[in-house]
Design a protein. Structure first.
Length: 152
């Protein structure tokens, strides 16, 4: 596995894999209009202006991605996904470690996931994240906010 910074010319491939990877989340909520599934190619390209986007490759195949940005001293992490073909192989953990290293100067790391996404919540808790809040997203989907202090 190789993790590298993605570049804007990777946007179409990243978006295609993101849509595939987020199908399981959509199924949990019976909502195929969640943000990762309705993001456009232009939206994905624009994210390169505001975020660091990392991608994981297994050989030549795109296996996953994560994006983050610094906001008020915190690293806001989002769009963590791994191809269904490669889940359970440590790629998500490696992507999270890599994005935390990219923002080693951040005070803390913050992210959110769906409140019914037990697998995601457990994954992040195993990485040292704790639930610090909850909020409602569109169509009354509860999101849990999770944070982890940076132990520089």
């Amino acid at each position: 596995m190789r993790i590298q910074k993605a570049e804007v010319h990777h946007a179409a491939d990243l978006l295609e894999l993101q849509i595939l990877a987020y199908q399981s989340e959509a199924a949990i909520y019976q909502d195929w209009t969640i943000d990762p599934l309705v993001e456009t190619l232009d939206d994905m390209r624009a994210a390169f202006d505001t975020h660091v986007i990392l991608m994981a490759r297994m050989g030549v195949q795109l296996a996953g991605s994560v994006r983050a940005r610094l906001h008020n001293g915190a690293c806001d992490i989002g769009r963590v996904f791994v191809s269904p073909d490669f889940q359970g192989q440590g790629i998500g953990r490696s992507l999270m470690s890599a994005i935390e290293r990219e923002f080693e100067h951040a005070n803390h790391f913050s992210l959110f996931t769906g409140g019914d996404s037990e697998r995601n919540i457990s994954f992040y808790e195993n990485l040292g994240y704790s639930i610090t809040g909850r909020r409602l997203a569109k169509q009354q989907i509860e999101l849990v906010i999770m944070q982890k202090q940076n132990r520089r």
